[in-house]
Ligand binder design. Structure first.
Ligand code: TLP
Length: 344
């Protein structure tokens, strides 16, 4: 029996269409700019986001890193959320590799950063302060239950950034989940940001890769930085071929992942000993807490594992389940019955 892997949407295997596209792709040396499939994917990403240009990178982490490096000089400051992936999970790359200072503000539960919190931390000119350069947002917001940040909020932050002459970088690892959940097209959701990184390798099911989109000048800078951190690849068109299929075929099906997430969340919320805020489940990510008089978190986790169900324990007693293409409705029913059997 195959396992039910809810640890992340990154575990998704390439689709059959991706496998054939990868096998048949026409490729060239991308460091010379000669990979037709890769060039085509970058053009496609720029078109979809309505930005001037785009660049393919091996990972979301590298995409965020080179974007921040392209926006900032050493000694500059970046404002970002205390629950943002860039702050929590990207090995402090901006400071270790770029000498850039992160200034965190609390994320609200809906993934937003309050404008008055931003106002408090923007630096004015003072000999003691690093200059604030950009704000980083995350949409959907992973550690805020996959919350999609609405268009109106993106517009407000852009107004704020403009007032203070700041740029905005968007970690849009799951921006297509946001677009589908909010029922808006991705270009309008990113129209107010200077740069956006999105991933092909999560819910969109491609095996590898992310894109950074922005102005031509910004992407030129990012290209040099990608080379600097070792991300200049050669016949990467084989990967880009899968990415093209991801953008063509796999955006619509994200709706199904969101519906199943809702179904799983509703079922979990009904089980004694599990706590979750149903209101917050809007895309494919669910966080829930175990609060049970007799069952310890480790015992809960190993019970699920013994039934071939994998989820992530993010904090002691806090679990994350992520829906994706390879999870079916029958598997959700099974997960719920295993949880009930363990906790009833
Ligand atoms: N997130 C992964 C883990 O690192 C936690 C996951 O399983 O969710 N931005 C966001 C919002 C992300 O969630 C991730 C990956 C990244 C950036 C980094 O992407 P990769 O893994 O391609 O470097």
């Amino acid at each position: 029996m195959p396992s039910i892997d809810l640890r992340s949407d990154t575990v998704t295997q390439p689709t059959e269409a991706m496998r054939s596209a990868m096998a048949e792709a026409q490729v060239g040396d991308d460091v010379f700019g000669e990979d037709p499939t890769l060039n085509n994917l970058e053009a496609m990403a720029a078109r979809k986001t309505e930005k001037e240009a785009a660049i393919f990178v091996p990972s979301g982490t590298m995409g965020n890193l080179i974007s921040i490096l392209a926006h900032c000089a050493r000694g500059d400051e970046v404002i970002l959320g205390d629950r943002s992936h860039i702050f929590l999970n990207e090995v402090g790359g901006m400071s270790a590799l770029g000498g850039i200072h992160p200034h965190i503000v609390p994320n609200n539960d809906d993934g937003t950063l309050a404008l008055d919190a931003l106002e408090k931390v923007v630096r004015h000119t003072d000999i003691h302060y690093p200059p604030t350069r950009i704000i980083c947002l995350e949409n959907t917001h992973n550690y805020c239950q996959g919350a999609p940040l609405p268009l109106g909020y993106m517009r407000e932050v852009a107004g704020f950034a403009k007032k203070h002459s700041l740029g905005i970088h968007l970690d849009g690892a799951r921006i297509f989940n946001a677009a589908v959940a909010l029922n808006v097209d991705v270009a309008s959701l990113v129209q107010h940001v200077d740069s956006v990184m999105f991933c092909l390798s999560k819910g969109l099911s491609a095996p590898v890769g992310s894109l950074v989109c922005g102005t031509k000048q910004f992407i030129l800078k990012a290209r040099k930085l990608r080379k600097m951190v070792g991300g200049g690849m050669r016949q990467a068109g084989h990967l880009a071929a899968a990415g093209r299929v991801a953008l063509e075929n796999q955006i619509e099906p994200l709706k199904k992942d969101h519906q199943l997430a809702r179904q799983l969340a509703q079922g979990l919320a009904d089980i004694t000993g599990l706590e979750l805020n149903l209101e917050q489940v809007k895309t494919n990510i669910i966080f829930f807490k175990l609060n049970h008089p007799k069952v310890e978190p480790e015992a809960f986790l190993s019970h699920l594992e013994s039934e071939k169900i994998k989820i992530l324990m993010i904090d002691p007693a806090v679990f994350r389940a992520v829906l994706h293409r390879e999870i079916s409705q029958e598997q959700i029913v099974k997960v719920l019955s295993v949880c009930r059997a363990c906790l009833d």
